[in-house]
Ligand binder design. Structure first.
Ligand SMILES: [Zn+2]
Length: 223
């Protein structure tokens, strides 16, 4: 009699555990099967890959020319806690929609994917460069882009077109949200933050690492 009661108790317990596990599994299923959870776009660079990155000797601006003749900065780094620059065509509104976006230097694409609401398509390129004889890493971050012309893992060259200017899936007037960061891992950031550690002033960095005459924009002039 006693063993029968125990068996029933065990059975009830087993059913409870299974129900509970089933519910957890059911709840987690969308998370587990969400494609971006296993997205190969998240390729963390190994030390070997980092060593194999070309050393960029020069950085150019991702849009227009360095004289600002074709673009303007609508929201500068740290303005309203902004972690990047918002680059716009001088025509304003959506006049720059579809304009080319260029890789700022030689490097390797770490990520090229939809960054979710608020971001739209995002491309991250990792670069190696020399800072007082020391090899360092910096990444360029291009957001709200319309068309992505590169994939994660691609090697890119300075001045190579990697995307076109977009609206973040219709959320903004067309512009390029452009960040430069000292991270080597691909992650889609907050866009705005008080604490800017890990981020660098994109315009300041490029101006400091141009390595080219002022009148050389790094590509054929746009008409
Ligand atoms: Zn922005």
């Amino acid at each position: 009699m006693k063993s029968r009661a125990l068996r029933i108790a065990l059975l009830v317990f087993a059913v409870l555990v299974l129900t509970c596990a089933g519910r957890v599994f059911f709840k987690l299923w969308p998370e587990l099967t969400r494609p971006n959870r296993v997205d190969l776009a998240f390729q963390f660079p190994s030390p070997l890959e980092l060593a194999g990155l070309p050393t960029a000797s020069r950085f150019d601006f991702p849009m227009g020319s360095e004289h600002g003749a074709l673009t303007y900065n609508a929201q500068r780094f740290t303005e309203n806690r902004h972690l990047g620059d918002d680059l716009n065509g001088i025509g304003g509104e959506n006049s720059d929609l579809g304009d080319p976006i260029y890789a700022v230097a030689d490097g390797r694409v770490l990520l090229a994917r939809d960054g979710g609401p608020g971001w739209g398509n995002v491309i991250i390129v990792l670069h190696a460069y020399l800072d007082q004889e020391q090899r360092k890493f910096v990444q360029s971050y291009y957001a709200h882009v319309e068309t992505m012309l590169v994939h994660a893992g691609d090697k890119v060259q300075r001045g190579q077109q990697i995307a076109t200017v977009g609206t973040g899936n219709g959320r903004y007037l067309a512009h390029l949200h452009f960040e430069m960061r000292e991270f080597t891992t691909p992650f889609i950031g907050p866009g705005y933050r008080e604490d800017t550690r890990g981020w660098v002033n994109p315009t300041g960095f490029i101006q400091a690492h141009r390595g080219a005459p002022e009148d050389d924009v790094g590509r054929a002039p746009q008409m």
